[in-house]
Design a protein around this ligand. Structure first.
Ligand SMILES: *Cc1c(COP(=O)(O)O)cnc(C)c1O
Length: 399
């Protein structure tokens, strides 16, 4: 795994600057250490790297294409727009990149039982998929609100042989599902591996998940060199926990390419119904990490909202908090309504129906393109496809 210039890995305590770390109950300290050691062993293990490469190629269908978006480029009449097509991955989103890496890790650790949390259901489906392939028992924690709005993905998980455990605490969405999964892990850590779905949680997860997802960026770098013989000017990706964004950003850190993360603005960032963590949050400790967090004056985690279940999360990966403070990447937000408009636009100009999460990145083109020139290049990461969101989109548009 090559490392960008002038960019530091997390330190021995798992910190990116002051963010990250391991804020966990003592029972998890040893398992996290074991996980980290096994992960570093595997990185140097040719068989592991070969097996993961083969799975990425023959099971997920990688490399995913980099598509020139001619319709969108002609529509905005400014920079050339390219799309990185994670929507074409097996199971329909980038989540499988991480799930495959972690299932191999779980096998190496000798674990028999897999747990995961899920919001949109994409990570649950990816985890259920790799568990089916590797013959592991799979339990997926999911908030009741998400179970309702993502019922098709719930059925997919069940069909794949996983058990979906409904979570009825708190806002009954992703953060509550994550809390329950952590509780399960603390109790069953001897035989259980927890496949976290984004670059969040205690060290080594944010680093490990980022490395598994950085295949997106490494492919993109090669593909744009072939297509344009140079690097792009901008890379745009949506940010929930931040794994698809850091996955495509990572090989471009400190390369001069402008990196833009787009958060969910929900009903608007002047309301209290949004998930604009990096825009409006402040430092806090949450789910094992120190990071930007949406919280009230007493430090209680806020109830957040996004039309997109995968972005409906009050925290963000600690590396993004670091990249924001250091101004290595910039973060903005777009509203539910803007995301829906972008979904229609991409569908009608390109013939690609994006996931609502990815539509947030597309929506930012509306703000970005006017200040770009025709000889510039923008790459947008299309993190997933929209099949899972069709009911939500249909309801919003009143069909
Ligand atoms: C889960 C998901 C996201 C959000 O997660 P990140 O870790 O921020 O990438 C974005 N897009 C899709 C399609 C997802 O399924």
């Amino acid at each position: 795994m090559s490392t960008p210039n002038n960019y530091f890995q997390p330190d021995f305590s798992g910190k990116f600057g002051k963010y990250g770390g391991k804020f966990v109950p003592e029972t998890l300290i040893t398992p996290l250490k074991e996980l980290e050691e096994t992960y570093f062993q595997l990185l140097k293990d040719d068989n592991f790297n070969k097996e993961l490469d083969k799975l990425n190629k023959e099971f997920s269908g990688r490399p995913t294409p980099l598509t020139f978006a001619e319709g969108l480029t002609n529509y905005y009449k400014r920079a050339k727009i390219y799309l990185k097509r994670e929507d074409l991955c097996h199971t329909g989103a980038h989540k499988i990149n991480n799930a495959l890496g972690q299932i191999l890790l779980a096998k190496k650790l000798g674990k028999k039982r897999i747990i995961a949390e899920t919001g949109a259901g994409q990570h649950g489906v990816a985890t259920a998929t790799v568990c089916a392939k590797f013959g592991m028992k799979c339990f997926v924690y999911m908030g009741e609100v998400d179970i309702e709005r993502q019922s098709l993905n719930v059925f997919r998980m069940k069909l794949l042989g996983a058990e979906v455990i409904p979570v009825s605490s708190g806002s009954r969405t992703l953060k509550d599902a994550t809390n329950e999964a952590i509780r399960d892990w603390v109790t069953n850590v001897n035989d259980t591996h927890y496949i976290i779905g984004s670059v969040v949680g205690p060290h080594p997860y944010p680093m490990m998940v980022r490395n598994f997802q950085s295949i997106i960026g490494f492919e993109t770098k090669e593909q744009i060199q072939i297509a344009e013989n140079r690097l792009p000017d901008y890379i745009v990706a949506c940010v929930g926990g931040g794994s698809n964004a850091i996955g495509i950003f990572y090989p471009f850190l400190n390369s001069g390419v402008k990196l833009i993360g787009v958060e969910a603005g929900g009903y608007g960032i002047n309301t209290n119904k949004h998930c604009a963590t990096l825009t409006l949050g402040r430092e806090g400790i949450f789910q094992g990490m120190k990071t930007y967090l949406l919280q009230d004056n007493d430090g209680q985690v806020s109830e957040v909202h996004s039309i997109s279940a995968g972005l409906d999360y009050p925290g963000v990966g600690p590396e993004h908090s670091y990249l924001k403070d250091e101004i290595i990447a910039d973060y903005f937000s777009v509203s539910d309504e803007e995301a829906i408009k972008a979904t229609e636009l991409l569908s009608q100009k390109e013939g690609i129906i994006p996931a609502l999460e990815s539509a947030h990145a597309i929506a930012y083109l509306e703000k970005l393109t006017p200040s770009t020139a025709k000889d510039e290049i923008i790459i947008v990461n299309v993190s997933g496809r929209g099949d899972k969101d069709l009911y939500t989109i249909k309801n919003f548009l009143g069909y």
